[in-house]
Design a protein around this ligand. Structure first.
Ligand code: SAM
Ligand code: DTB
Ligand code: SF4
Length: 327
């Protein structure tokens, strides 16, 4: 039996090495899940799940070439581009999400980087959504120092900016911005005092080592992201990553469990890809330490499980919506 698994505490470390992370991934499944769940219980109510709803506030025609993304102008997905939404549409969507039980509203824009005048419009949206009593999150691409400070002053709670994969695999997926560009934006967001939401995507043809290295990048940041979305690639017709080999679902659960162990106080978010997961697989992900989801019938441009289905799943599992980012 693994040593000390009954007494493990949620210790935050920033010096993870590849061999020890690979050893976590290689543990017998039962030991790994038990260890992750034990750590989870030190920081969190194990039956409480934070739920956020997403809205695409500016859709498509993006100048980046991210291989997974239907919104890239470089690809040929069947998607109608849309300009930045009017404030009233955003408020209406936020009210609907709140009525359905979401505690955080996340607004995503298909930009490489916003212009300063875009930031002013987004700040208005943040202020109006906050006035409803919801937490706010935005994901807008790369930011300058001035822009992060403006968003902070406007009251933004979270900024989502993903590393997506390991530094080694990155150039297979995106060529129009660098890994370092992403790390620089994350540092600016952190320095401005905004909570960080940062994770990645699996199922893009990456190796076991790439998945381990992504988690090492996240855990070895100076401060752990408060929210860590783990997305399963949603394969979209017309994108270069359409047709990628599916990841073994049990490897996905292992990814969640290792994330929980390495990022013991972060919200690990079971993110894109839930429509292709059984309820039982999602239940295993929660057991492995996932404790937040995206909720509502749509992610940004693709489908998410129907809210009624998620409500029924919560009932069947005896879990409930609640909580914020940090334990
Ligand atoms: N344009 C901004 C950016 O990329 O920073 C913000 C929006 S972008 C759509 C937000 C994140 O969604 C990406 O970083 C990626 O991790 C995730 N994403 C996009 N398409 C996806 C897909 N098909 N499957 C899974 N995750 C996806
Ligand atoms: C994240 O990590 N996943 C969300 C959110 N952050 C912005 C987005 C998933 C997008 C899936 C593809 C789509 O719907 O366009
Ligand atoms: Fe653009 Fe973001 Fe999609 Fe990349 S992930 S193509 S930056 S919208």
């Amino acid at each position: 039996m693994s040593e000390n698994i009954y007494v493990e505490r949620a210790v935050e470390r920033h010096d993870w090495q590849l061999d020890e992370v690979q050893a976590l991934f290689a543990m017998p499944f039962n030991d790994l899940i038990f260890r992750a769940q034990t750590i989870h219980r030190h920081s969190f109510d194990p039956n409480e799940i934070q739920i956020s709803s997403l809205l695409s506030i500016k859709t498509g025609a993006c100048s980046e070439d991210c291989g997974y993304c239907p919104q890239s102008a470089h690809h040929d997905a069947d998607l109608k581009p849309e300009a930045l939404l009017p404030l009233s549409d955003v408020i209406q969507a936020a009210k609907r999400a709140q009525a359905q039980g979401a505690s955080r509203f996340c607004m995503g824009a298909a930009w490489r980087q916003p212009k300063d005048k875009d930031i002013e419009r987004v700040v208005e949206m943040v202020q109006e959504v906050k006035a409803l009593g919801m937490e706010t999150c935005v994901t807008l691409g790369m930011l300058t120092d001035q822009q992060t400070q403006r968003l902070k002053a406007g009251g933004l709670d979270y900024y989502n900016h993903n590393l997506d994969t390991s530094e080694d695999y990155y150039s297979e997926v995106i060529t129009t911005r660098t890994y370092q560009d992403r790390l620089d934006t994350l540092e600016r967001v952190r320095d401005a005092g905004i909570n960080v939401c940062c994770g990645g995507i699996v199922g893009m043809g990456e190796s076991d080592q790439d998945r381990a290295k992504l988690l090492i990048q996240l855990a070895n940041l100076p401060k752990h992201p408060e929210s860590v979305p783990i997305n399963m690639l949603v394969q979209v017709e017309g994108t270069p990553l359409m047709g990628s080999d599916n990841l073994d679902p049990l490897l996905f659960v292992r990814m969640i469990a290792v994330a929980r162990i390495m990022l013991p106080r972060s919200r690990v978010r079971l993110s894109a890809g839930r429509t292709s997961m059984s309820d039982e697989l999602q239940a295993l992900c929660f057991l492995a330490g996932a404790n937040s989801i995206f909720y509502g019938d749509k992610l940004l441009t693709t489908d998410n499980p129907m809210t009624e289905h998620d409500q029924r799943l919560f009932q069947r599992l005896g879990v409930y919506a609640g909580g914020s980012s940090y334990a």
